[in-house]
Design a protein. Structure first.
Length: 139
């Protein structure tokens, strides 16, 4: 759990709930869920943003919104493992909000202050569209 620290959970979940979701003293499930959440975030925004820089930051240098959605995703995965049919509605909503934001930022629909990849490493796609439909190849 390099990117997410124990103190980060204080805002979003009580320690008792976190202990129930993990069940181990070493917090191995939390650590695994944190790695899964950061990998999931990388899949959504990695083609546009420098995820190595984002997740290498420590302390107050971290993007606090990324910390928040990482915890949202992490907690959703822990709930899904423990009680998939009893995931609290607010957890499912926060998870879906995090995914929607990641999709929008990853596709370029929404701007973010995250560090972007250099132009030569950018893995985005270019889509050329027109509001007019082609008519015999005359535009």
């Amino acid at each position: 759990m390099d990117f997410i620290t124990d103190n980060d959970f204080e805002v979003q979940v009580r320690q008792e709930i976190l202990s129930l979701l993990d069940g181990s003293d070493e917090k191995t499930a939390v650590a695994l869920a944190a790695r899964m959440a950061t990998d999931q975030i990388r899949q959504y925004i990695g083609g546009r943003y420098d995820c190595d820089t984002i997740f290498a930051a420590e302390g107050d240098l971290r993007d606090h919104f990324i910390v928040m959605i990482t915890i949202d995703i992490l907690l959703y995965h822990l709930w899904a493992k423990r009680a998939p049919r009893k995931i609290p509605e607010y957890r499912a909503t926060r998870y879906q909000d995090a995914l929607d934001w990641l999709k929008d930022v990853g596709s370029g629909k929404m701007q973010s202050a995250l560090p972007q990849l250099p132009p030569d490493e950018y893995q985005g796609r270019i889509v050329i569209k027109s509001k007019y439909t082609p008519n015999n190849y005359k535009y």
